[in-house]
Design a protein around this ligand. Structure first.
Ligand SMILES: *Cc1c(COP(=O)(O)O)cnc(C)c1O
Length: 392
């Protein structure tokens, strides 16, 4: 019996030695530009609340009114009796906002990716995925049982070779529109051209583009792309500040998912109050353009000052600004040193990413002075943290 526990302990011990052990910091406040963690106030540079909407009064009020109107629980799955008026209204609003005929909301982005990919493809099919795609997309590809081909990051030539070789019944290209741990973007127009040439579906996960890019309408709108073969997915717990995700596509695709997608069918509908909050969030995203402008100004400031000082920021124009580190230990060390100075920046390590990095995320909620202070402290700390290694 004890053997079972010893095995778990050995695996965890291995992670500790490799500086890969994780724990969950407990946050004592709502999400915002500053949070209290373990009794200490920190400026928050690791949330995905890019527009500062997670505690927006209008959205909070919509959730409260939603609870009063619909109660808390949805009672059942969407196909039984859990699909309420608030869900229906929210889906119409989201579809319209991103420019697709129909949409389907799901409880989380992870679930949405499982739903779309496992419903669309199976054993006779093939799926083509960027090497740096989010873990939820990879898990979905594995679960689909389709032939799973990964191409080098943003390498359209390699993808084309793979598409040309396949004899699969259906082909699905799967990609992060904005790469979650790198912050760079996918060549969406090139991907769509290949999807058309090889008669494939193009499924884009816009978890980090929705709300931020394309005047809030996301990466598909930002790239001015419109095609029935694009299946668009975005999460609602990041820039939108709420929770859940949606898939937007042709009516028949949504109808197919409602009928075939097991991760949609066999789960209880998210509470209607969430749908009410999402609908309110879409209004704020559409109306408060200043949030995107402010975020862009923060991105420009951080990049100009850090790259100007010779810092190796990864090439990203989005709110995700990763700083590559020579080791997991160095990433943890710099993260801890920044924390001593009142900044919370996450060290992201394998297996989440291939190479360790500090993942700085910026938000419209930050004051410019807070971003400047982070830069000052980073520039001050970088040489000492990496004193034994070359870092440029
Ligand atoms: C966060 C994220 C998800 C998962 O969404 P959740 O709603 O948090 O489950 C999926 N894809 C990408 C690219 C993400 O960054």
């Amino acid at each position: 019996m004890t053997d079972l526990f010893q095995q778990l302990e050995a695996d965890l011990a291995e992670r500790r030695v490799a500086h890969l052990y994780r724990r969950r910091p407990v946050v004592a406040t709502p999400q915002g530009p500053t949070v209290i963690v373990d009794g200490v106030t920190l400026t928050n540079f690791c949330s995905n609340d890019y527009l500062g909407l997670a505690a927006h009064p209008h959205i909070v009020a919509a959730a409260q009114a939603g609870a009063s109107r619909w109660g808390v629980g949805s009672g059942a799955s969407h196909l039984v009796c859990g699909h309420q008026g608030a869900h229906e209204e929210c889906e119409r609003k989201l579809a319209n906002f991103v420019g697709k005929p129909a949409a389907l909301t799901l409880a989380t982005g992870y679930l949405a990716n499982l739903a779309v990919i496992t419903a669309l493809i199976g054993r006779e099919d093939a799926v083509f995925a960027d090497k740096l795609n989010h873990a939820s997309l990879n898990d979905a590809c594995l679960l689909s049982r389709a032939t799973f081909k990964r191409y080098a990051h943003n390498d359209l030539a390699m993808l084309e070779r793979q598409l040309a070789q396949t004899e699969a019944r259906r082909k699905l290209i799967v990609v992060d529109a904005v790469f979650s741990m790198d912050g760079d973007t996918a060549p969406l127009a090139g991907l769509l051209a290949l999807a058309e040439r090889y008669d494939a579906w193009l499924f884009m996960d816009d978890a980090h583009g929705f709300g931020v890019l394309g005047e809030g309408r996301g990466s598909m709108a930002a790239a001015s792309l419109a095609s029935p073969r694009i299946i668009y997915m975005a999460t609602l717990g990041k820039a939108a500040g709420v929770a859940g995700a949606f898939v937007a596509a042709e009516e028949i695709v949504i109808d197919y998912l409602i009928n075939m997608a097991r991760p949609y069918i066999y789960t209880t509908a998210a509470p209607a109050l969430i749908a009410e909050a999402v609908s309110a969030s879409v209004d704020v995203i559409a109306q408060e353009a200043w949030r995107r402008e402010r975020l862009q100004a923060h991105i420009a400031l951080l990049r100009a000052r850090l790259t100007g000082a010779g810092c190796a920021l990864m090439p990203s124009g989005t709110a995700i600004q990763p700083l590559e580190m020579p080791s997991s230990e160095a990433a943890l060390g710099l993260s801890a040193a920044l924390r001593q100075r009142g900044h919370w920046v996450a060290a992201i390590r394998p297996p989440t990413v291939p190479t360790p990095r500090l993942r700085i995320t910026l938000s419209a909620a930050h004051e410019t002075a807070a971003v400047s202070q982070l830069v000052d402290d980073l520039l001050d700390l970088l040489p000492t943290v990496n004193s034994s290694r070359s870092f440029s």
